[in-house]
Design a protein around this ligand. Sequence first.
Ligand SMILES: *Cc1c(COP(=O)(O)O)cnc(C)c1O
Length: 398
Amino acid sequence: MLQINENYLNLKQNYLFSEVAQRTNKYINEHPDKPIIRLGIGDVTKPLTKKTIEALHDAADHMSKTETFKGYGPEQGYDFLRNAVVDYYKKNNVDIEMKEVFISDGAKSDTGNITDLFGPDNIVLIPDPVYPVYMDTNIMNGRNIRFMDANKENGFTPMPYDGLEADIIYICSPNNPTGAAYTREQLKVWVDFALEHNSLILFDAAYECFIEDDTPHSIFEIEGAKKCAIEFCSLSKTAGFTGTRCGYTIVPLELVFKTSNGSEMSLNSMWTRRQTTKFNGVPYVIQYAAAATLSEEGIKECKENIAYYKENARIIASVFEKKGITYFGGKNSPYIWFECPNGMESWDFFDYMLNEIQVVGTPGAGFGANGNNFFRLTAFGSRENTIEAVNRIDKLLS
Ligand SMILES: *Cc1c(COP(=O)(O)O)cnc(C)c1O
């Protein structure tokens, strides 16, 4: 008789976005005359840039001729794209080798799939609040999860403490949902902790392109990180590839760990084996476009879109600044994470905003218990809607 993976019984239903949609639609049905502004969007809204689109067209043409047609490609990605990623890292003074770069269909898949490489008895450290993928993929594998509190007191950048035990450590910086980012000094403390405890950091850099100051874009800017970290990133937020799908994961060659029989295994070799076994690569057309996107001109175009979102973020943050409401993000991030006024709980605040000013955001409780009194707004709306929403919030909270 079939035995199912009963770890799935331990997954909590994530009601967050369906509940948001349900409450919003109910309101719209009852008040068809009241225009809603949605600032809960966790997806980019601007189209792909010119350089990317041109490359997509060119690559489609390559597929039409016998001489340039491509079938199966290398599972780890085409060299031309892996090299483009190596060059992209050079801009942040990080030297990686092409062999350390793995192209994938996105950071979500890779942050989930990487769990294939680890034994069942690791202690997995996950921040609360959190991007749900880290938690759910480890629950599916029946792993031992411990949470680290991210809260107002630690600026949503929790740090190691005496007696902390962790074999696998998830860090997302700049963070979704909180917008908070670790400083260089803080990341150094995490790297030193990982080196000392022989643990591994899984670093999600999905929002690195929003960084505008000295905050590290990559964990590999920190000395020693190549011995204790894997980094995930993608073109989703950098270049609007959320529907186009292309990511990259850096697995350093230095990541070598002892096995129980005293031999050693390289995570880079294991990930190569995993990907070549279970994955047949990202479409050539997409990889060709991704390489054009990562070119100097391509990135320049992406930066224009990111500047637009960041100006929205600044506008949203300004109203909380003005009101003296505690908030995080708004800088180095498309997210603004603020404390609900008057100790309100996030779902109550959701209803309050919807009913009073018809602005929809995302209740922090949906990302973990520490989000209970927090609320997330995003910078992915239009400028016009962002300004209108901010004016309405300004009036509501006066
Ligand atoms: C959007 C996002 C990603 C990117 O996921 P893709 O699968 O590459 O689209 C990764 N991590 C976090 C935290 C995100 O918010």
